[in-house]
Write a protein that binds this ligand. Sequence first.
Ligand code: ZN
Length: 187
Amino acid sequence: MAEFVLEVRDITSAGKSYDFTVRREWLASVLEGTGVGAHADAPEGHLTVKAQTQGVDVLVYGRVSSTLVTECSRCLEDAVIPVDTEIACLLTARGADLRPVPDELELTPEDLDRDFFTGDRIVLDDAVRENLLLEVPIQPLCRETCEGIAVPESISGPADLRSAESPGVDPRLAPLLSLVGKIPTEE
Ligand SMILES: [Zn+2]
C-alpha cells in the first residue's frame, strides 16, 4: 500500500503543499534487507513537499527527514544516521511526450529524478526511499572517533604507549587518546 500519495487533480500551477509523517513502520517495511532501519527512539521523520504543475509535468520538491540506523563499519554497533535532505522529482504522465526540463527551474537536470506517474495519483514512496538511502554513507560510523573492535594488547602494544600521559604524544591527539579507555570491549 502506497504511503505518500498525491492526487493529481489537487495539484495546480500555483502549487500545493504536503506534510507527511515518515513512519517507522513504513521505513521498516521498505528498508527490509538493506541493512538500514528506522531508529526506534528518534522522533518520526517528515516528508514536506510542494507539488506544482509544469505544463503536463508535475514538479515535486521539498525535504525528507528521518533518523536511520545501520551497522558501524568499524565496530558493528549501531550507527545512527540523521537524514535531512532535499527531494525533487519531475513527473510526467505515462504516455505523454517527454519534455526537456524547463529552463526556468533553478534545478539542473541532475538534481531531478525524472519519473512517471500513471493515472490520477503520484506515489512518492520509491523516491523517498531512494533519497533516504542515498544519505547513508558507504562506511557508516557510530561516531567519528570509532576505533573499531578492541584490538588485543598483544597486537596493539602496551596500553601505556597509547596513553595521553606518555611523553612524546602530540597534545592535539590527547582528546582522541582519552577516548581509548571509554570504548567498551567485548570481554
Ligand atoms: Zn563504531
